[in-house]
Write a protein that binds this ligand. Structure first.
Ligand code: C2O
Length: 556
């Protein structure tokens, strides 16, 4: 007979087993919400009425089930940016790549398990420009009982950086597509949804982070902006960087970090002052002749016991073209490379790939503003055309005519990529993927081009983390540059900036079967076609195939 005592003992015995690989249920209602920012109010697309959206908490090894219900007029899909989605590409989220989007009035349950990952990531809409307001933090705690590899902070705070647009971003991008010209930029940046006091809206209060003297805070920084890389700093306080893109790094101290859309950075801040108020600033980084939103977002670090009328200690953000400030952060990043968190950078390479990333100009008879031409973007001169059936479905069910597997492994025309552009700036259109055998190793050199202008491109790869083994200015030299590669403790991430007028080399192992999108995380460049996908074949082993799709997978 089951006595209450026996039940209690059983619960005590089994509870730890359950919590170590819990199932977390979330419900995301995609709804319109009237929000006030910049002294005006307007309806925006949100998850559960929040901007930024709700933080999703999970633990390493957890299975996460998120039911997304679409109540807005747009088709919707959600991406769990940086989650590896081992064999579960159906839950990755990019519309028409791994799934058809969720139509108005319908729902879809994203079902995935978090394996071998812990740290800060983000989730965001992966269709149209809805990501501008449909985004939030994804916090993966370490397994129960496993400590951080750095001193435990007294408190953790999620800090989401983003943009605020006075206009509807769908209208902005649709007008740009019609004209063939670049879209407008945002009107302000935000820190946890608030721009702080800014010109034209001086009464706007910014986000306030209360701190206590002597305590340490872990800031989980996320850049959820559409089109802007950002500098982030706190007046009078150093930042100790401990993690990027949910991978631990060797801790280092710095004044200013740079964070591209899609990237995340965890920093420790010691509240080592007695009292006071200190400005927190987020401002754009753009070292190319490209227009940006130059409005600095501000927040306040507010020591407890400090009166409201005490003057805030200010800080000046770096100028937007401060490449040296950005590089001093980027070049300090090294993988932790500890016993528990080893660096598994491939030492032998099966696929040696060289991809140019940049812009182009194609004819467009209807583009009046663009004088009969339009700005496009491309990888290896291929401007990616979105299919109307998801590529993963086409692959899994053998539907022909959706994509071709002939994405070029190197640029089709050799030219001085970072020098004077060629006379012909036209690109080819195509829905091309690059096919990889299961478990093959890849070295990919991403080369910026100077077509229109050299520019920093934060390139994101779905389905994998990669190691950033090298970078340089000018054109990559396959003979001499590999000698400079760091194959010992390169930083591991999922989104990497290709330097303006330069290149970056990454390595990864294709140990995740499926279809994996790779694109510039500046949304304007994604729209223009700076995107492609890798198709990774199934392996022969028992756990090396794409799992069957869930029953509620939306149809196109
Ligand atoms: Cu965060 Cu394909 O994107």
């Amino acid at each position: 007979m089951d006595s209450p005592v026996r039940v209690l003992v059983l619960v005590a015995l089994f509870f730890p087993v359950f919590v170590d690989c819990a199932i977390r249920h979330y419900k995301f209602n995609v709804v319109m919400k009237n929000t006030t920012r910049l002294c005006s109010s307007k309806p925006i697309v949100t998850v559960n009425g929040k901007f930024p959206g709700p933080t999703l908490y999970a633990r390493e090894d957890d299975t996460v089930l998120v039911k997304v219900v679409n109540h807005v007029k747009y088709n919707v899909s959600i991406h769990w940016h940086g989650i590896r989605q081992l064999r579960t590409g159906w839950a990755d989220g990019p519309a028409y790549i791994t799934q058809c989007p969720i139509p108005t009035g319908q729902s879809y349950v994203y079902n995935f398990t978090i394996t071998g990952q812990r740290g800060t990531l983000l989730w965001h809409a992966h269709i149209l420009w809805l990501r501008s307001t449909v985004h939030g933090a994804l916090v993966i705690l370490p397994k129960r009982g496993v400590p951080y590899p750095f001193p435990k902070p007294n408190k953790e705070v999620v800090v989401v950086l983003a943009e605020w647009w006075k206009s509807d971003t769908e209208v902005v991008i649709n007008e740009a597509i019609k004209s063939g010209l670049a879209p407008n930029v945002s009107d302000a940046h935000t820190i946890n949804g608030h721009p702080g006091r800014i010109p034209g809206c001086p009464t706007q209060r910014g986000f306030k982070l209360p701190v206590e003297s002597g305590k340490t805070y872990l800031l989980r920084l996320i850049n959820a902006a559409l089109n802007e890389e950002l500098f982030f700093k706190v007046a009078g306080h150093k930042l100790t960087v401990v993690e990027v893109d949910a991978t631990y790094v060797k801790p280092f101290k710095i004044d200013t970090i740079v964070i591209a859309p899609g990237q995340t950075t965890n920093v420790l801040v010691s509240a080592d002052k007695r009292s006071g108020k200190y400005m927190v600033a987020a401002s754009p980084f753009m070292d190319a002749p490209v227009q940006v939103d130059n409005v600095t977002a501000t927040a306040t670090l507010h020591y407890s016991g400090t009166l409201g009328n005490v003057a805030t200690t200010l800080t000046a953000p770096p100028p937007k073209n401060a490449t040296a400030v950005a590089n001093s952060f980027i070049d300090s990043l090294r993988s932790l490379n500890s016993k528990l968190f080893p660096v598994l950078v491939p030492q032998e390479i099966d696929h040696d790939l060289y991809f140019t990333v940049g812009l182009g100009i194609n004819p467009c008879p209807t583009c009046k503003a663009g004088n009969g031409s339009r700005v496009v973007a491309a990888i290896n001169n291929v401007t990616f055309v979105m299919p109307t059936t998801a590529i993963l479905q086409a692959h899994y069910f053998n539907i022909s005519g959706v994509f071709t597997a002939d994405f070029p492994s190197k640029p089709p025309h050799v030219f001085n990529y970072t020098g004077t552009p060629p006379a012909n700036l036209q690109t080819r259109n195509g829905t091309k993927v690059f096919r990889l055998a299961y478990n093959s190793t890849v070295q990919l050199v991403l080369q910026d081009t100077g077509i229109i202008a050299p520019e920093n491109h934060p390139v994101h790869l779905h389905g994998f983390n990669f190691f950033a083994v090298g970078k340089g200015l000018g054109n990559y030299n396959p003979k001499t540059d590999p000698q400079t590669f760091n194959l010992v403790d390169p930083v591991e991430r999922n989104t990497i900036g290709v330097p303006s007028g330069g290149w970056v080399a990454i390595r990864f192992r294709a140990d995740n079967p499926g279809v994996w999108f790779m694109h510039c995380h500046l949304e304007v460049h994604t729209t223009w076609g700076l995107k492609m996908a890798f198709l990774v074949d199934n392996g022969k082993g028992p756990n090396q195939s794409v799992l069957p799709p869930p029953n509620d997978l939306p149809k196109c």
